[in-house]
Design a protein around this ligand. Sequence first.
Ligand SMILES: Cc1ncc(COP(=O)(O)O)c(C=O)c1O
Length: 443
Amino acid sequence: MLSGENLIKEYKKTHPGSEKLHERAVKVFAADGATHQSRILKPFRPYITHAKGSRKWDVDGNEYIDFVMGHGTLILGHSHPAIVQAVQEQMAKGVHYGENHELEVEWAELIKSMLPMAERVEFCSCGQEANMMAIRLGRAFTGRRKVLRFVENYHGWADELATLGSAGAVADEVSVIPFNNLNRLEEELAKKEYAVLLTEGGGAHMDGQVPIDTDFVRALSDLAHKYGTVWVLDEVVTGFRDAPGGWQSLVGVRPDLTTLGKCVGGGLPVGAVAGRADIMEGLNPEAPYERRVNHPGTWNANPLLSSAGIAACKLYQGGEPQKVARQRADYLREKGNKILKERNVNGRLYSRTIVHFYVGPIDYEPSDDTMPPTRDIEKIMAPTAAATQGRLCLHLLQRGVATMDGEIFILSAAHTKEDIDQTVKAFGDSVDAMIAEGTLSQA
Ligand SMILES: Cc1ncc(COP(=O)(O)O)c(C=O)c1O
């Protein structure tokens, strides 16, 4: 059986080209040869040469069903024909005019048409830049400095966004509190010190590895306003992935500012802030000096990116790609959980178009598999769980399935039912191998 020591041996045997590249990479990239922390894996992740639709291929000719999907950017799948055509045509017309152009206007209009709260839109280069801009706008609007965030919510790695206490990060003006506790939140907001309350769409980590209560979310706008704080909803992952109106349309909330990224660029790097005109007015050069926010950025809404963003947003508008991705995710969870339950494994698949793999005690069986089988954040985020998920990641890679850290399966409209059937087979085989080698526990 492909388990225990055999797994690493077999993996190395079938990935000699990737191993050679990894040996070169560790001499240039300090993070164990990787250029993003989620691409670190022992012994190494595969080196990819090309991708199409739901699949990607590595330097050794191994094929993978891809559930990393560009870290969540590719809800349309790899190299969607509409994006390829738009980018190829625009490439020939110019990548960067250093001037205003019609494409940026059209793109922002498309975003506005999907997000009712988007009275104004502003572009930047990635999701964390959007969060940085939203914080700056909130500070300029309120005249306050402090930022309030929730535990485990991810917004980027810049000073005010990083995990508190991270080496090198200066976050003197940031407080982090638990979520799903309105009294605790009100206690903090009532200090009337906070410019911004920054929260992640769907809950903490990639559309809700740790889900947030919808009743709690629905109270955020009024509570923030009661104490003069701007509520920023980070929809970098969920924006147009969960629905044409974003996660906020599913929950029925209206934040003051929404930050966007990932899917909005159709696979090219983007960030955007959308929201209330009075707050965004800080970007107007005629705003009073003490409220004025500068907004340079070499790559803001460049024509190449705008062409991809327009092509993608036109497809998102009708909601079809989101619907297909959700159907595939539902199918994966249903089949995967059947395997886990049959084997009596301490683990479940849950959430929406980004499927999370929970490893730990089953505290209750939720009524549907959008929720994890525990309410305990410590159990969901347990370091022991991460080790098990990492092992699953390697098992799945060796069986032709690429996930993020063995914890996240990111679905797209390009995944077919056959892809999911093949994935479920690989998942079942991996689970069996892990039970046999003793790396996955049973109840
Ligand atoms: C919710 C959320 N916000 C912000 C970011 C940062 O986006 P970027 O990596 O584009 O800067 C991420 C990245 O994964 C994210 O998941």
